[in-house]
Design a protein around this ligand. Structure first.
Ligand code: PMP
Length: 452
């Protein structure tokens, strides 16, 4: 079959047969159709090149075209194309050990295909864990407003972004939401004090619900899709203490922040002494080369799934979860991250980029610039004193003009109507210095020009 990459035919076929994620097919507004990529750049059917300033969906951490990763998948597919994890295979065993080696104690990993599934798995493990430890009433999960944890019903129920849920509610029962540590707009006030008050709210919520009904707290170290909301390090530590106090499992969603994105291997590692009970991963685990999700569970929690006979096994299976090729891709991805000191590079360059981006605060319509590692949020407002969110139109213009100049940037998801006013940057972690300079200068030029 030959495909006419230049003609209208492809666009028409796309409009006729392909159902896109999130976007509607607006008449006369065709989507960008990518054909090839190299490093942090991709090319569309028009031959125009773009720097991908959001790493696809924050996953293309090592950029396009890593031959070693493609070869790892090819070799594995030729050696053993598929094998279910109801038994075992070498790539999954090796990867589970590798994941554990980064973590503060021994962890046991269940593999799936995506971040949503990794979180679904965490919820089932948490409920069953409490049930087989004599507390079947512990079933509720607490997450924060503005957080995104996935698109499947359980993960969507933990997601607390109104617009994403409205058409699909009622959500699964047993999911509660609390305010995030959102210093810029916090009901608890700014800075660490406000963040700790937000953490203490979780303590109160557990008390009010009755700790005997709460199974877990799920949280990202940095709320990413909800607007790059970065707490002070002691916030996560306080949440950990609260979870321990109430025998509530702390589930840290590292789907975005895992594997170097924030300048540490995992985002929770910015907070000393935190040892999450469950850690979920996807995206950066394979840099997007193949799908893979992972739910890493403290070995001490996994113990209770080994005892007690058949009743204590996890009744959960995923046909493709932990596919041998995906696991090999993850292993190669991690090998490159280590060999090329990617995490240290992110920490080093991340601070430089952030200080460059801070200059944007001079604009009357930039309310706050936030960032850690290679993850940045630029919160746009109409007026700095009222903090009223900037118009949709302004954000669309900025994103559109960056695109005209060859740069793709993102914005926060449908949190609260009118509040998706945060521009987001999350370039591949291996972007060259020139790439990063282009990213920063384009964003600054466009924002300054359009907010004059
Ligand atoms: N958790 C977080 C924090 C995410 O950002 C995402 C995806 N954007 C998910 C979970 C869900 O991952 P997936 O799309 O792979 O299901």
């Amino acid at each position: 079959m030959s495909i006419d990459l230049k003609g209208d035919k492809l666009v028409q076929t796309d409009e006729k047969h392909l159902w896109h994620a999130m976007h509607k097919h607006a008449p006369g507004k065709s989507s960008m159709i990518a054909t090839e990529g190299h490093g942090a750049w991709f090319k569309d059917t028009e031959g125009k090149e773009y720097l991908d300033g959001v790493s696809g969906l924050w996953c293309l951490n090592l950029g396009h075209g890593r031959k070693e990763i493609a070869e790892a998948a090819y070799n594995q597919m030729m050696a053993l194309s598929y094998f279910p994890l109801t038994n075992s295979h070498v790539p999954a065993i090796t990867l589970s050990e590798k994941i554990s080696s980064f973590l503060p104690q021994d962890y046991v990993t269940f593999f799936s295909n995506s971040g949503s599934e990794a979180n679904e798995t965490a919820f089932k493990i948490a409920r069953q864990y409490h049930a087989q430890n004599g507390q079947p009433g512990k079933y509720k999960f607490i997450s924060r407003y503005r957080a995104y944890h996935g698109s499947t019903m359980g993960a969507l129920s933990a997601t607390a972004q109104a617009n994403r849920r409205m058409k699909y509610d009622p959500a699964a029962p047993g999911f509660l939401h609390v305010p995030p540590p959102y210093s810029y707009r916090s009901m608890f006030g700014p800075g660490e004090e406000g963040d700790l008050a937000a953490a203490n709210f979780v303590d109160e919520a557990i008390n009010w619900e009755g700790e005997e009904t709460v199974a877990g707290v799920i949280l990202e170290p940095i709320i990413s899709g909800g607007g790059v909301i970065i707490p002070s390090p002691n916030y996560l530590k306080r949440i950990y203490e609260i979870c321990q106090k109430h025998n509530v499992l702390m589930i840290v969603d590292e789907v975005v922040s895992g594997f170097g994105r924030t300048g540490k291997m995992f985002g929770f590692m910015h907070s000393e002494g935190v040892e999450p009970d469950i850690i979920t991963m996807a995206k950066g685990l394979t840099s997007g080369y193949l799908p893979l999700g992972a739910t890493a569970v403290k070995a001490s929690i996994h113990e209770s799934f080994k005892e007690g006979g058949k009743d204590h096994h996890l009744r959960h299976v995923s046909t493709y979860g932990g596919h041998p090729a995906s696991c090999q891709v993850a292993l190669k991805n991690i090998e490159i991250i280590e060999k090329e000191n990617v995490v240290a590079r992110v920490e080093e360059y991340g601070n430089t980029i952030l200080s460059e981006l801070y200059e944007l605060s001079q604009s009357d319509q930039v309310g706050e610039v936030r960032g850690k590692g290679f993850l940045y949020g630029i919160e746009m407002v109409k007026d700095k004193s009222t903090k009223e969110p900037a118009s949709d139109d302004l954000l669309n213009k900025i994103i559109g003009e960056c695109k005209n100049r060859g740069l793709i940037i993102g914005r926060n998801g449908d949190t609260v109507p009118g509040y998706n006013n945060v521009l987001i940057l999350a370039p591949p972690l291996t972007s060259t210095v020139e790439d990063l300079e282009f990213l920063v200068s384009t964003v600054k030029d466009v924002i300054f020009e359009l907010t004059k």
